[in-house]
Design a protein around this ligand. Structure first.
Ligand SMILES: [Ca+2]
Ligand SMILES: [Ca+2]
Length: 247
């Protein structure tokens, strides 16, 4: 018994760090070359997944002295108007298009300086400055859903609700939700008789981050509870909350 728990804990050490760290590249390239350049640096062409990331990008451009230039951001615009990032991520929950866009003028996504850095579809062959971001497998989704619907949406995106199975991973999750101090979040945690498991049925022995007094049998799903600095709380999965996918 002791041995199996120990082996389980070795698995639990795996995690990832997160920090906002944008690289503004003041060398104009076409979209394909911009994507490839970021990849060559171990980074990814920046994905504007929410308004906070958008603001980070504009602030980085301002600091770099290119706020009045168009830049490439990550997005391939399909004929359906669906926007897909270079890593396959579906960008559909934050869409700050300029009014009248996308108008079919191209398949690639730019921040259009002339209209206050809004989104515009434009030809991929044009050369522009661009911004790289560090890769992260964590994706915060702000369109609130029940636990099951949140997990289904993460699966649709090619992943699952993110596990919170180590102190390192917990720091990454807290960093990911830091812009939303007043919002509860679903992550990949279910609880029954105080035993934590994930949606794949694995029991998690090694790590927990319960708020004092929790779990109190108030539900079978675990939230990052905003009221207590995003510590864990068991609560009904039917409640609609923001959520974190791991892609
Ligand atoms: Ca356009
Ligand atoms: Ca509870």
């Amino acid at each position: 018994m002791g041995l199996s728990v120990f082996l389980g804990c070795l698995v639990c050490i795996i995690g990832m760090a997160h920090a906002s760290n944008l690289l503004v590249v003041k060398e104009k390239k076409n979209m394909d070359d911009a994507v490839a350049y970021c990849e060559s640096q171990g980074l990814i062409l920046v994905k504007e997944t929410d308004s906070f990331k958008h603001d980070d990008v504009v602030n980085a451009m301002t600091e770099a002295g290119i706020k009045n230039d168009d830049i490439w951001i990550n997005g391939d615009i399909k004929s359906s108007k669906e926007v897909i990032a270079s890593d396959g991520d579906i960008l559909d929950d934050y869409l700050p298009w300029q009014s009248g866009q996308p108008d079919g003028s191209g398949d690639c996504l730019q921040l259009w300086a002339g209209v206050g850095n809004k989104w515009d579809d434009t030809p991929c062959s044009v050369t522009k400055y661009f911004v790289c971001d560090e890769k992260t497998s964590l994706r915060v989704l702000t369109n609130k859903k029940s636990f099951d619907d949140a997990q289904a949406d993460c699966v649709r995106r090619g992943g699952n609700l993110a596990k919170d199975n180590s102190a390192t991973r917990n720091r990454a999750l807290l960093s990911a939700v830091a812009n939303y101090p007043n919002e509860d979040f679903w992550f990949n945690g279910k609880v029954e008789d105080k035993v934590v498991s994930t949606t794949d049925g694995r029991i998690q022995y090694c790590y927990s981050n319960w708020q004092s007094g929790q779990p109190d049998n108030s539900g079978d799903s675990i939230q990052l509870w905003a009221a207590v600095d995003h510590k864990w709380d068991d609560t009904p999965g039917s409640n609609k909350k923001m959520y974190i996918c791991e892609l």
